[in-house]
Design a protein around this ligand. Structure first.
Ligand SMILES: Cc1cc2nc3c(=O)[nH]c(=O)nc-3n(C[C@H](O)[C@H](O)[C@H](O)COP(=O)(O)OP(=O)(O)OC[C@H]3O[C@@H](n4cnc5c(N)ncnc54)[C@H](O)[C@@H]3O)c2cc1C
Length: 433
C-alpha cells in the first residue's frame, strides 16, 4: 500500500504504516441538498454521519484532507475513564449530580465505542488496562482517594491504588512515585477504528467526501425556511443543519469555535519491538503521567513502545520529533537509550480553557462540537452519535456537555499562541522542579 503523508500533520505514523488498506473517497463535485451537512471527517463527524444515515436522515460530510488525517487517525489511542478531570475535582466545580452524570456519560461512551467496533467487525487492536502515575512525591493520599471515590461514589470498582514498588514493577521504571491502575478501560489502534468507521458511514448511506475544504458557512435567508449553505472550492452543500466537527483544525472557518478551541501540538514516536526489554510495561497497559506537559505511552500489539509527549516548540520535521521524544523515552526508561525509533509523528489536540469539551450552537442550526482536551477517543465517537440522536429529536447526554461553561481564550486568535507558548514553557519548567 502507498504510504500517505497527511498534509495537515507532520510525520508518517506507525498506524498508517501498519494498515493493509486505507480506502480513498471522492471529492465533492457540484451541489447537494441534504438534511444535515457535516464539516470534518474525524471520529466526531464520521460517527454523526453514520448515525444520521442509519436513522434515515440525509447527510453529506466533507473532509479537507483524508479521513483521519487530523487527531482521530494519529492519537495515543488511550480511552481512559470519565472526563479529562478526575470526577472528584469536577465535583468541586459543578457539584456531585452533574459530575456523576458526566462520569456516567463517559462510561456510556466507552461501551458505545467497544460495541461499535464489535458490531462492525473492526479489529481496533484493543488492549486492556490504563495507569495514571505521579512524577512527584507526596501525591499518595490523592491517588488512594481517587480509587476509593471512583468505587464508592461513582460506582466504578475497576481502579486500584499502586504504591511505589507496584508502580515500578508494572511500568518497568523507577521514575514514578505511585499511581492508579484502571482495569475497566484500555487502548486501541486509532486509525484502524477510523477506517472502519468511514466504511460503516458510507455503507449506512452517508455521502462522504475527502479533499474538500469548507471555505464558508452562511444562512441563505433568516427565519423559517432558511437554509444553511456550506461553500467549498468544488461545490456547495445546502442543509437544514450543519455540524462543525473540525476540532483543533478549525482555522478561520468559524470565529466562535476558533475562539474556544485552541490547537496544541502533541507528538508520538514508535520504537522497534521491545522483545529484549520484558520489564517495560509487562502487563501491556497504557500510561499517562501527572506532568502538565503530559507524557503518555503504551505498548502496541507487536510489542513496540508508542511514547507521546507535547513540546513547547512546534516542528514539522519528524527527525526533530524523534529526537525530542527519544530524550523523554530515555529519561523514563534509561535502558532504552540505544533503541531504534522507527516512526515519529504529530497532530493537533483541541483544548479549551477549562479542559472540558465544547458543545455549542454557534449560529442558528449550526452546532460546533470539539475541544475534548486530549481525552477525545471515546468522547468524540459518542458525541458524534449523540448529535445524530439530537437531530432525530431525542434528548441526549450532549445536554450535560452543552451546559458546561467554556469561556473563550483571552487575547483573540493572534495573541493566544504566544500566550500559550509562555504558559507551556512555564509549566514545563515546573514539571522539572
Ligand atoms: C498526538 C495526539 C495524541 C492524542 N492522544 C489521545 C489519547 O491517547 N486519548 C484520547 O482520548 N485522546 C487523544 N487525543 C485527542 C483525540 O485524538 C481527539 O480528541 C479526537 O480524535 C477528536 O476527533 P475529532 O473528529 O473531533 O477531530 P479530528 O480527528 O481532528 O478531525 C477534524 C477534521 O476536520 C477537518 N477539517 C478542518 N477544517 C476543515 C474544513 N474547513 N473543511 C473540511 N474539513 C475540515 C480536518 O482535516 C480533520 O480531519 C490525541 C490527539 C493527538 C493529536
Amino acid at each position: 500500500m502507498d504510504v500517505w503523508q497527511s498534509p495537515i500533520a507532520p510525520g508518517i505514523s506507525w498506524y498508517q504504516a501498519t494498515l493493509t488498506e486505507r480506502p480513498t473517497y471522492p471529492a465533492l463535485d457540484g451541489s447537494k441538498s441534504i438534511d444535515v451537512a457535516i464539516i470534518g471527517g474525524g471520529y466526531t463527524g464520521l460517527q454523526a454521519a453514520y448515525n444520521l444515515a442509519k436513522a434515515g436522515i440525509s447527510v453529506a460530510l466533507i473532509e479537507a484532507s483524508r479521513f483521519g488525517d487530523g487527531a482521530s487517525g494519529r492519537n495515543g489511542g488511550q480511552m481512559g475513564t470519565g472526563q479529562r478531570w478526575w470526577p472528584e475535582d469536577l465535583e468541586k466545580e459543578i457539584g456531585y449530580e452533574r459530575s456523576k452524570a458526566l462520569f456516567d456519560m463517559a462510561e456510556n461512551a466507552k461501551r458505545h465505542l467497544l460495541d461499535f467496533a464489535e458490531v462492525h467487525g473492526i479489529d481496533m487492536e484493543y488492549m486492556p488496562g490504563q495507569m495514571n502515575v505521579s512524577h512527584k512525591r507526596g501525591h499518595e493520599k490523592d491517588y488512594r482517594a481517587t480509587a476509593e471515590i471512583a468505587a464508592e461514589r461513582y460506582g466504578y470498582p475497576h481502579i486500584s491504588f499502586m504504591d511505589g514498588q507496584e508502580t515500578a514493577e508494572r511500568l518497568g521504571t523507577k521514575d514514578y512515585y505511585c499511581g492508579v491502575r484502571d482495569t475497566g478501560t484500555g487502548h486501541i489502534h486509532p486509525l484502524k477504528l477510523l477506517v472502519g468507521l468511514a466504511r460503516a458511514a458510507q455503507a449506512a448511506g452517508a455521502q462522504i467526501f475527502e479533499m474538500t475544504r469548507a471555505t464558508g458557512i452562511e444562512k441563505t435567508r433568516n427565519g423559517p425556511g432558511g437554509k444553511i449553505l456550506v461553500r467549498t472550492p468544488s461545490g456547495t452543500l445546502t442543509a437544514d443543519r450543519v455540524l462543525i466537527a473540525t476540532n483543533a483544525y478549525i482555522g478561520d472557518l468559524e470565529p466562535v469555535t476558533s475562539a474556544h478551541i485552541m490547537p496544541i501540538g502533541s507528538f508520538i514516536a514508535a520504537t522497534a519491538p521491545l522483545d529484549d526489554f520484558p520489564d517495560v510495561l509487562p502487563g501491556g497497559e497504557a500510561v499517562a503521567d501527572s506532568r502538565f506537559v503530559v507524557r503518555y505511552f503504551r505498548k502496541s500489539r507487536d510489542n513496540r513502545l508508542l511514547f507521546g509527549g507535547r513540546e513547547v516548540y512546534t516542528s514539522s520535521n519528524p527527525a526533530d520529533t524523534a529526537n525530542a521524544i527519544r530524550k523523554q523515552i530515555v529519561d523514563t526508561y534509561p535502558a532504552l537509550k540505544d533503541v531504534e525509533i522507527t516512526h515519529a509523528w504529530g497532530g493537533n489536540v483541541g483544548i479549551t480553557l477549562p479542559r472540558q469539551p465544547f458543545v455549542r450552537e454557534v449560529m442558528p442550526g449550526v452546532t460546533s462540537i470539539g475541544g475534548y482536551s486530549g481525552h477525545g477517543v471515546m468522547l468524540s465517537n459518542y458525541c458524534g452519535k449523540l448529535y445524530a440522536d439530537m437531530v432525530g429529536g431525542r434528548a441526549t447526554d450532549l445536554d450535560h456537555l452543552a451546559a458546561l461553561k467554556i469561556p473563550a481564550f483571552p487575547g483573540g486568535r493572534h495573541m493566544r499562541s504566544p500566550l500559550l507558548f509562555l504558559a507551556l514553557t512555564w509549566f514545563a519548567l515546573r514539571d522539572r522542579l
